[in-house]
Write a protein that binds this ligand. Structure first.
Ligand code: E4P
Length: 217
């Protein structure tokens, strides 16, 4: 499973990228707001840091305007994935922008039918939002499973990009189901390294080591 990092914080991206943990980046208007940066400027900087796809989201709601915004975003760098919402207008924009040879990430997907339409419209990535479904007491992982089965049934090439990931458990569950990509905030990717038994075991080893009175260096 590829790891995308869900942030526009360039310091956080750099830290994970140095460890080889970053296969791509996803941003959205809320993350641009949080960064306090200009969208074109920060997106260009991220595209220079990361070799993989960098999603930048359109904010228009009509298809023609989305296409114009998408073309402008795609000019930033060759690794831009234009992000469009899963509306009828967004599907029209997806068809045109992907037809022009750009990657398209169709976002805000909450049903298997929406994912089916995005694949038909030529999406490079479909972004089902796990956490936001869980927030409504639905099971976001069921949606990932359903889309996996549908895409495999018909050999759709659209990649399943598990999004709205809130915990390390979401990452392993998405990997078990076979999501192609998971995008997660930096703190969730770091949390994947944590285990209470690792901390407990290390503590015991260090206490015993101190009793030996030895040094390695
Ligand atoms: C990714 O592309 C999405 O923008 C993101 O994962 C949304 O996550 P949230 O539901 O935690 O805001």
């Amino acid at each position: 499973m590829k790891f995308f990092v869900d942030t526009a914080d360039t310091d956080a991206i750099a830290e994970l990228n140095d460890l080889g943990m970053v296969d791509g980046v996803t941003t959205n208007p809320s993350l641009i707001l949080k960064s306090g940066r200009d969208i074109l400027e920060v997106t260009k900087e991220i595209c220079e840091m990361v070799a993989g796809p960098v999603s930048a989201e359109v904010v228009a709601t009509e298809a023609d305007d989305m296409i114009a915004e998408g073309r402008k975003l795609a000019e930033i760098a060759p690794n831009i994935a234009v992000k469009v919402p899963l509306t009828w207008a967004g599907l029209k924009a997806c068809k045109v922008i992907s037809g022009e040879g750009h990657m398209v990430n169709v976002t805000l997907c909450f049903s298997a039918n929406q994912a089916l339409l995005a694949a038909k419209a030529g999406a490079t990535f479909i972004s089902p939002f796990i956490g936001r479904l869980d927030d409504l007491n639905l099971d976001g992982m069921d949606l990932i499973s359903d889309i996996r089965q549908i895409y495999d049934n018909y050999d759709f090439k659209t990649e399943i990009l598990a999004a709205s990931i809130r915990s390390a458990n979401h990452m392993s569950q998405a990997a078990l189901i076979g999501a192609d990509v998971a995008t997660a905030p930096p703190n969730v990717i770091k949390a994947m390294a944590s285990h209470v038994l690792t901390d407990k075991g290390l503590d015991a080893f260090l206490k015993d080591w101190a009793k030996t009175g030895q040094k390695i260096l």
